[in-house]
Write a protein that binds this ligand. Structure first.
Ligand code: NAD
Length: 366
């Protein structure tokens, strides 16, 4: 194993196709993206410290103070994870109103500064969480939002990266496409750009399985991978409950699950956002808790494995697309991409999910 000098990820130098000789030494990279960044300016890459292990400011900037941004700010404030929270919105009144309301709760939570601001506040930020943009209207898919939100990102991201925040966490939908767009527009190494991906879908899957089997969802280990959207893939072959594979757990549970029941259960996961949006207009609570989990894993250097959206290369023959797979997250951001075993059918579905997203990325000119 060696370390990619650009993104700091651990890589197997015998397996990666990307390497460059510089001043008598061979450097290995996880992707074409990192190799290109290195070749552009090797000296400054070699000089840069990948990340500061000391927790300093714990400053989190949230861009987009709507349903998701504000609920996340509220949960983050309660969690005590951040020392400084800044809310930025094109609608300045909205951001100011949210901040006023949040500040009135400060005597009930761990110490924290909460303020509104603009993109200049991204300077020194540990993490910028981007929830800015249009959300789904009843009947719309996440992909339907792509043109509108990609346009917003085309001006937002270059304005933001001038201030060199450490890590960008994308939430705006379609999250996988916009994670890729952000990577390209920012020119950041891949460890510093991630999408919330299927962390929420995975939590929904665990909840559904847990309620079906009568087990606390925290004891259910199950992943939804691929797109955060209609082509997402449940990895049934790897589901286990308390260390027991699902098929072996079935007699313990005693309900006798058929394929039809599994399909029904997964449909509830896949269609959850549509159902919630039909009923209340937006989803905000569970996604906010998922974001606290991701942000906490970075700020506390947790080495937690979460299904975030990240740039994939050479992953089941998938190249140059952002999708969710299990990823080790710590203060470096993305630290290791984990190759999970899938059966043939899951692999095919996962590859189709990647193809679908590649097509959308191409359609919008990236
Ligand atoms: P919302 O409409 O309530 O909030 C969006 C906010 O973005 C608005 O306040 C708007 O003024 C602001 N905004 C728009 N352009 C901006 C810009 N250029 N700079 C700063 N602010 C800007 O929407 P919401 O319900 O909070 O959803 C936000 C996004 O998050 C949507 O794209 C939605 O689909 C997505 N979402 C993702 C997940 C996930 O799991 N990834 C879950 C829920 C929602």
């Amino acid at each position: 194993m060696t370390e990619d000098p650009v993104c700091g990820m651990g890589i197997d130098k015998d397996k990666t196709r990307y390497h460059t000789d510089y001043k008598g030494k061979t450097y290995f990279f996880c992707s074409q993206h990192c190799q290109d960044l290195f070749q552009k300016d090797p000296e400054s890459i070699l000089k840069t410290r990948k990340y500061d292990s000391a927790e300093k400011s714990r400053k989190v900037v949230i861009v987009g103070a709507g349903q998701v941004g504000a609920t996340f700010a509220f949960n983050l404030m309660i969690s005590g994870l951040a020392s400084k929270i800044v809310l930025v919105d094109i609608n300045k009144e909205l951001a100011a109103g949210q901040v006023l309301d949040l500040n009135h709760g400060l005597s009930f939570v761990p110490p924290c500064s909460v303020q509104s601001g603009d993109l200049t506040y991204c300077e020194d930020a540990d993490i910028v969480v981007i929830t800015a943009g249009a959300n789904q209207k009843p009947g719309e898919t996440r992909i339907d939002l792509v043109k509108r939100n990609a346009e917003i990102f085309k001006s937002l991201i270059p304005d933001m990266v001038k201030y060199n925040p450490r890590i960008l966490l994308i939430v705006t939908n379609p999250v996988d496409v916009l994670t890729y767009v952000t990577l390209k527009l920012s020119n950041f190494p891949m460890n510093r750009v991630l999408g919330s991906g299927t962390v929420l879908d995975t939590a929904r899957f665990r909840y559904q399985l847990g309620s079906h089997c009568g087990v606390d969802p925290r004891n259910v280990h199950a992943y939804i991978l691929g797109e955060h959207g209609d082509s997402e893939v449940p990895i049934w072959s790897r589901v286990h409950i308390g260390g027991v594979l699902l098929e072996d757990y079935c007699p313990i549970c005693g309900r006798g699950c058929t394929g039809e029941e599994r399909d029904h259960l997964f449909k509830q996961v896949k269609n959850a956002a549509y159902e919630i949006i039909n009923k209340k207009g937006a989803t905000n609570f569970a996604i906010s808790l998922a974001l606290v989990r991701i942000v906490g894993s970075i700020l506390r250097d947790e080495n937690r494995i979460l299904t975030v959206s990240t740039l994939l290369n050479d992953y089941y023959d998938i190249e140059d697309v952002c999708l969710s797979v299990p990823v080790l997250i710590n203060r470096n951001g993305i630290s290791k991409i984990i190759q999970i075993k899938m059966n043939e059918q899951e692999k095919l579905q996962f590859q189709n999910s990647a193809k679908e997203l590649r097509r959308v990325i191409k359609d919008i000119g990236f």
